[in-house]
Design a protein around this ligand. Sequence first.
Ligand code: CA
Length: 503
Amino acid sequence: GAVIGFKTKKGEVVHARVASSFISPEQAIQNLKELGGDSFEVLVQKGKDAWNEVLGKVEVEGGTLDQYRTFYSCLYRSLLFPRKFYELDANGQPVHYSPYNGETLPGYMYTDTGFWDTFRSQFPLTNILHPTMQGRYMNALLAAQEQCGWLPSWSAPGETGGMLGNHSISLLADAWAKGIRTFDPEKALKAYAHEAMNKGPWGGANGRGFWKEYFELGYVPYPESMGSSAQTMEYAYDDFCGYQLAKMTGNKHYQEVFARQMYNYKNVFDPSIGFMRGKGADGKWQEPFDPLEWGGPFCEGNAWHYTWSVFHDVEGLIDLFGSDQRFTTKMDSVFTLPCTIKPGTYGGVIHEMKEMELAGMGQYAHGNQPIQHMPYLYSYAGQPWKTQYWVRQIVERLYNSTERGYPGDEDQGGMSSWYILSSLGIYAVCPGTDEYILGTPYFKQMKLHLENGKTITISAPENGDDKRYISSMTLNGKEHTKNYLTHEELMNGASITFKMAAQ
Ligand code: CA
């Protein structure tokens, strides 16, 4: 740190040129050159222009001033993380201080993001709007693995291993599914296999906690591990991502390794009560069990929040319930239950509980990530209108442009990216695949200007409070009857028109 003073007369204005570096004082001087000879006013204008350019990648029309403020505030926040952790050397080449081994190394580096928060919405949005950056990041992720010995789960700026799961593989598989080819997939798979079959020293998600039990039993046991069933579900999804990346790149070996694990979520579902539940190493279900209780086999949530955490096999999850009807009825209950808070093993109220109560949507806890994809699951079970109803409710009731504009933690862009994708009428329920499930568009007209020079145009001329539901749609002038769009369809410069209706 430093404290710098200037000897001035009253009313005198001082302009100081300041630059910093993670590498060295010499590099800071190099970074200072970015300012050139520009005056303060010119630099302020350049900063505004730079933001305008980035925010201008998405244009929305047909809303109110308040809706625009909310939308662009969310778009802004979706872009603040991850942090660029590289600097440009005298030749304009990227170079970085490694927060993992302390060396200065060539190449790009990014940090300050926890993938548990950001794999669901933030990185999928980045894949659409900023694929060049995503490609650099995926390479940097493998560089981080070399520097650290582990694929980071939560970089801040070095690996902290925060939260659960090994979601770097979700980012890598999602990037590959969406055409990014900047990294060696075999290296990624090897790194992930190491992740899935070892435990590192930093935090629960550095490597894989209880990986042996997970492999031997097919689930993480409770109460041996707190958060065990959440871990089981997230490991199963991550293993699906490993399987996906192996499948997409023709790697038979890893395809087999991970295919064995990706349905393990079924082992923590208790069909007699229709909930994910804790299970002991002896195969006995957790007792006593109350689906309203937070913690225990779940993390920052309860069974009502976690029972849906099967991104990659929604059909399989529906089968566990027995029918579409039972599945959707259970989801309906999430919204109609009282907002009762039972702190469970937390022993007291954590902010996520309070946020659920303030949201006023029963046990639907949009303030935290585990349940945020759930409204989209109605579309897998033949009731897309309920997806549309609840997505619109959440977009309108839980986000606004005041200081109360977020229903919970901002989560490094996660909360905002959910809003942006949902406003566009699409959502990536399962990152690692190339499909976006349809929700409901929020504006009458939206345009996304893509890096490849193409434009996605989304029109819904009748859209409004009285017309929130999709009755039909066209893709490039042709009737579209699927309830999803693929990444390729979007990136080719799709022209999508929704016919909106009151019911
Ligand atoms: Ca959170």
